[in-house]
Design a protein around this ligand. Structure first.
Ligand code: ZN
Length: 74
C-alpha cells in the first residue's frame, strides 16, 4: 500500500481497528483487526490475509450478535 485510494495521501499507518459486520441478518463485531489507516482521511485498509481471516470468522459465527477478538479467532 503506497497511497490512499480515497485522498491519495501517502502516509498510511499500521494500527488496529474494531469493525462491525452484517451477514445474513447477523451482526458480528470483530475487535483488534490489524489494519492500515490513512493518516489524512482515516480510510481503513485490510491486507489480503486479514480479509481472508475475517471471511473465515464471519462464516464460522452463528449467533445473532457476536463479539470476537481477532487474535483469539481460529
Ligand atoms: Zn486518505
Amino acid at each position: 500500500m503506497k497511497k490512499c485510494f480515497v485522498c491519495k495521501h501517502t502516509q498510511i499507518n499500521p494500527g488496529r481497528v474494531n469493525k462491525m459486520f452484517e451477514s445474513d441478518g447477523r451482526i458480528i463485531i470483530v475487535k483488534g483487526i490489524p489494519a492500515l489507516i490513512c493518516a489524512n482521511c482515516g480510510e481503513i485498509y485490510f491486507e489480503t490475509s486479514v480479509m481472508k481471516k475475517l471471511e473465515s470468522i464471519l462464516s464460522h459465527s452463528f449467533g445473532e450478535l457476536e463479539i470476537i477478538s481477532y487474535d483469539n479467532a481460529a
